[in-house]
Design a protein around this ligand. Structure first.
Ligand SMILES: [Zn+2]
Length: 464
């Protein structure tokens, strides 16, 4: 563990080291504010590795080493010290236990958490807890600001690798433009052949399981591959596990491409086994998504995966989000919209499979008319007269407003402002309050004309 950290620091500081290598005649020439952390013997020299300290605390990323030639006694120095100035004080407002629990909330395994009060270099420098979490599937290093409790960074110390997977993207009905496909009791057949796509599974943690910084498979009978190759067909349990890993990792990558580093940026637990109903759910208190296997397995349809991930997004942005019927309806509407906007780059928007139709494949099991849709995001329901008191049905009012915003401003701007606005929702927000938050975010990010477009979308639904 410590070894890996030093290696990382050395690479990061390589440019600086090259310029500061120097010889000194004295073996004991190390400057002050260093703490010896390792002594190594090699054939030619003895190597003393130090950690930089400041007011007694280790400085993150700061290192120093002396290499004493065994024959000549000549000392060579590797100086990776970093600038520290303006540290306001050296006592932490946030305690070690609090730092450990904040870090554990961001990493995954919550095992053997070690917290060290440290200095984040810079000007001004700041005090932070470096928490190392031996999660059981690789260490995670989280840095927590010791004054505010803000998580400054959280990084897996395991080298992440890419794997290969076979998936539907977004689902077989859309790809094959075939509304008459049926589940046929989960059987694979030749008709599905052209629907399979081989994709890169990004950032696997190297354990051979479907685990990474954005998605974490907790299914029973979970699949593994020493070569990180997950090539299953739809009749096999591994297929849905692979689908969910890929769809979740892709949407988190998209979120980060919009500039957000803190929208459910964590290994999202999911399972694709254990629920035999034709339903899926996101469970807030355990922060876990479960995909049912009734009818078409829900995780065979990426649009269903993205819908559920929409709930995880909102719960991550607003703790305990969705305590009332209206706020929950917004949750369902956003989930459908999130499926729509994520499906757009991988879907054909045709008369057979309109993009506004969500869950085309999943819905073949429980709808009789075509196109088969779980729900649509381009409906005409109006607030308040079309409110039925059922959150999924009422969510169609909300998703239509988001659909209109998307049409007016395009995918990038609309998704950015919608995600931004959700940070300021109350857990029990109303349609009107959430709509106003969305208008405000549009105004702040893109100006008055964009805000007008957003307002119009909500006015057209009777919400504003
Ligand atoms: Zn839902």
């Amino acid at each position: 563990m410590a070894k890996r950290r030093w290696a990382t620091a050395t690479v990061a500081g390589a440019a600086a080291i090259a310029g500061t290598l120097m010889a000194t005649p004295h073996a004991q020439a190390a400057p002050r504010n260093l703490k010896l952390v390792a002594t190594k013997q090699s054939l030619l020299a003895k190597h003393y590795w130090y950690k930089q300290t400041y007011q007694g605390h280790p400085v993150l990323g700061g290192f120093y080493a002396t290499h004493v030639d065994r024959r000549t006694g000549k000392t060579t120095v590797t100086d990776g010290r970093v600038k520290v100035s303006g540290l306001a004080h050296s006592n932490a407002a946030v305690g070690a236990d609090r730092a450990r629990s904040l870090a554990a909330a961001r990493s995954h395994g919550r095992k053997n958490l070690r917290a060290t009060l440290s200095v984040v270099p810079g000007s001004p420098a700041r005090l932070a807890w470096e928490v190392l979490d031996d999660t059981g599937h690789g260490s995670v290093r989280t840095v927590v600001d010791a004054d505010s409790g803000k998580v400054l960074s959280s990084k897996s110390m395991v080298k992440e690798i890419d794997g290969t997977g076979k998936v539907f993207s977004p689902n077989a009905v859309v790809t094959l433009q075939n509304e008459s496909l049926t589940d046929n009791n989960n059987a694979d057949s030749a008709v599905f052949g052209p629907a399979y796509k081989t994709v890169t599974l990004k950032n696997l943690d190297g354990t051979g399981y479907l685990r990474g910084p954005s998605a974490y498979n907790v299914s029973r009978k979970q699949v593994s591959s020493s070569s990180n190759s997950f090539l299953y067909n739809r009749s096999q349990d591994g297929f849905e596990q692979t689908m969910a890993y890929h769809a979740i990792t892709s949407t988190q990558e998209y979120i980060q491409s919009l500039g957000f580093s803190d929208v459910n940026n964590e290994p999202q637990d999911y399972r694709t086994t254990g629920l035999t109903a034709d339903n899926s759910n996101y469970d807030g208190p355990t922060d876990k998504i479960t995909f049912g296997t009734g009818g078409v397995d829900d995780a065979e349809d990426a649009e269903v995966i993205w819908h559920e991930y929409g709930h995880a997004i909102q719960d991550a942005q607003v703790p305990g989000y969705g305590t009332t019927k209206e706020s929950s309806a917004i949750g369902e509407g956003f989930g459908d919209y999130w499926a729509y906007t994520n499906s757009k780059p991988v879907s054909q928007d045709t008369a057979t499979t309109p993009l506004a139709c969500i869950g085309d494949w999943d819905a073949t099991s429980y709808t009789s008319t075509t196109p088969h849709c779980l729900r649509r995001v381009d409906g005409t329901k109006h607030y308040p007269q079309d409110m039925a008191g059922e959150v999924h049905a009422d969510g169609e009012i909300w998703s239509r407003a988001l659909y209109d915003i998307h049409a007016a401003l395009g995918r990038t701007e609309s998704d950015t402002l919608i995600l931004e606005s959700q940070f300021s929702y109350a857990p029990n927000t109303t349609f009107a309050a959430a709509a106003q938050a969305t208008v405000n975010a549009a105004n702040s990010l893109y100006g008055a004309a964009a805000a007008d477009s957003v307002r119009t979308a909500f006015v057209n639904r009777g919400i504003l």
